[in-house]
Design a protein around this ligand. Structure first.
Ligand SMILES: [Zn+2]
Length: 503
């Protein structure tokens, strides 16, 4: 290996003559014993991926020194110096140290051959372009195991992904235990699979498991943002508590996919104690200051026909049933604020707001295209970009081939690589409101973690680079060359990957 082939591409690399070589795990040293112990522990565990077990013991003939620098230019800044006599990693924070260690992990994964490690000498300086580099996993349509989620988070952190958007509820299953609403999990977490001879599938994450995921992620400097989708995509809630729907049911936890007419009844005050109980549970389990409230794909015909919703509409002096969503969003955003949380919603929360404008601090996640993000930023909202037409939807096919898994559309690796969360129509103020972007894996057609891996990799590598690296370093041909080396690293992490044309 003559080049580092790091993904995402660092800000600056200067190659120096010579190689850092060693045949045993290098010792990691810190100036103070207490510094960066969490990061060192995670990295040491990860190194076992790069090193074969046979070479785990033996004399230390290499050394990695970690330094805390007071002059870091950004929170996640790091400087990595690789010399024949040893490696020095300097950063101002644990997050910076962790990002630098992941780059080192990449170099070790590709530099380890037949019992010894060889890495070209050089100096790398790096920091991210955007603070929000996310990945969403839909755990409603497919109920992924905690073990799989941890494997995925660990691999994502290799690419400096720092937000795990955990989609915990949808029509096809509710995954969060809420003590005062036990039927949410008793009924709402399981669905009858009519296609599979009436098998049941599903489950939910226990509080212990959720805390385990949150702390596993935190150790990798990933923030976990939970999503509970309201007021639409609510079949699982309604199956558990049919009184909260406009018609009273019967409802079922869906095993079909699509957009369903039934939503929480906007005229029923009972929906708010449920939301309060859910938010209390989220506040207890998730330290993140954000809660994603969904808000997408609400069909308003039930609200239009429902006497309770019509009564609410006239009490509020609204003209269109759709405007009830603006009222609902403002109300639950306020509930979150009382718990010290900030709401994030899909871009539909900007539609039909009527006389209840979206609270200013609400973050808008653009998904239908970039337009929602443009509009949100123009209105002064912070924005997360994950437009489905820019390669951010990882359930789409990689290429247009009948044999490829995926649905709805095509989203190539090159398309994902071309993502730019700051769009040409944004002025400077609007651009400053863009937090970053995400890759999203909806799981309607996924029935095993292995298939999820194939859909995620390597598209998430491209998205991670689009979010981390400077725009002027964007070079698809160069990325494709680095990706070849990088995919062999991911093989060592036992990830199933798409290997076909990138475009
Ligand atoms: Zn209603």
């Amino acid at each position: 290996m003559n080049e580092y082939s790091i993904v995402p591409q660092p800000l600056a690399i200067q190659y120096l003559p010579g190689f850092f070589r060693c045949s045993a795990l290098p010792a990691i040293k810190t100036p103070e014993k207490s510094a960066f112990q969490g990061e060192i522990q995670v990295f040491t565990d990860q190194l076992k991926d790069a090193w074969s077990a046979a070479h785990n013991s033996g004399g230390n003939d290499g050394e990695i020194r970690l330094l805390k620098t007071e002059t870091a230019s950004a929170e996640e800044y790091y400087r990595l110096e690789i010399l024949p006599e040893g490696i020095t990693l300097a950063a101002g924070t644990g997050a910076g140290i962790y990002r630098g260690l992941q780059v080192l992990r990449q170099l070790f994964l590709s530099g380890y051959e037949a019992g010894s490690l060889s890495v070209p000498c050089g100096v790398i300086e790096d920091r991210p372009r955007f603070p929000w580099r996310g990945f969403m996993l839909d755990c409603s349509r497919y109920f992924y195991s905690v073990g799989f989620i941890k494997k995925l988070l660990d691999a994502l952190s290799l690419h400096h992904v720092n937000v795990f958007h955990w989609h915990l509820s949808d029509d096809q299953g509710w995954r969060l235990p809420v003590e005062s609403y036990p039927l949410l999990t008793e009924i709402g977490s399981k669905r009858r699979e009519h296609r599979l001879w009436d098998e049941f599938s599903g489950g939910f994450y226990t509080k212990t498991e959720i805390k385990e995921v949150v702390s596993f992620a935190a150790a990798r400097h990933i923030e976990v943002v939970p999503e509970i989708d309201l007021p639409g995509h609510a079949s699982a809630i309604l199956a558990a508590y049919p009184g909260l729907g406009c018609t009273g049911g019967p409802y079922r936890v869906e095993d079909r996919f699509g957009i369903f007419e039934d939503a929480l009844c906007a005229g029923n005050d009972g929906i708010f104690p449920l939301a309060e109980a859910v938010f209390d549970t989220l506040a207890e389990l998730f330290p993140s200051r954000y809660v994603h409230i969904g808000g997408d794909e609400v069909l308003f015909n039930r609200w239009a026909e429902c006497p309770k919703c019509r009564k609410r509409l006239s009490e509020l002096g609204l003209s269109e049933p759709a405007q009830l969503q603006g009222w609902f969003t403002a109300r639950i955003a306020e509930m979150l604020k009382q718990r010290g949380k900030t709401a994030i919603g899909w871009d539909e929360i900007l539609d039909s707001i009527g006389k209840f404008p979206l609270p200013k601090d609400t973050v808008v996640q653009s998904w239908r295209d970039e337009e929602g993000g443009n509009r949100a930023a123009a209105l002064g909202h912070r924005v997360i970009m994950s437009p489905q037409n820019k390669g951010c939807y990882l359930d789409y096919k990689h290429i247009d081939q009948a044999e490829e898994p995926g649905r709805l559309r095509i989203g190539t690796v090159v398309q994902a690589y071309s993502l730019d969360p700051v769009t040409p129509t944004m002025d400077k103020t609007a651009a400053s409101l863009v937090l970053g972007g995400q890759g999203n894996l909806w799981s309607e057609i996924i029935y095993a973690g292995r298939i999820a891996e194939y859909m995620i990799f390597p598209r998430i590598c491209a998205i991670a680079e689009a979010l981390w690296s400077e725009k002027n370093s964007r070079d698809p041909a160069n990325f494709a060359r680095r990706l070849k080396v990088h995919q062999r690293r991911l093989d060592k992490l036992d990830l199933l990957q798409y290997r076909g044309p990138l475009d």
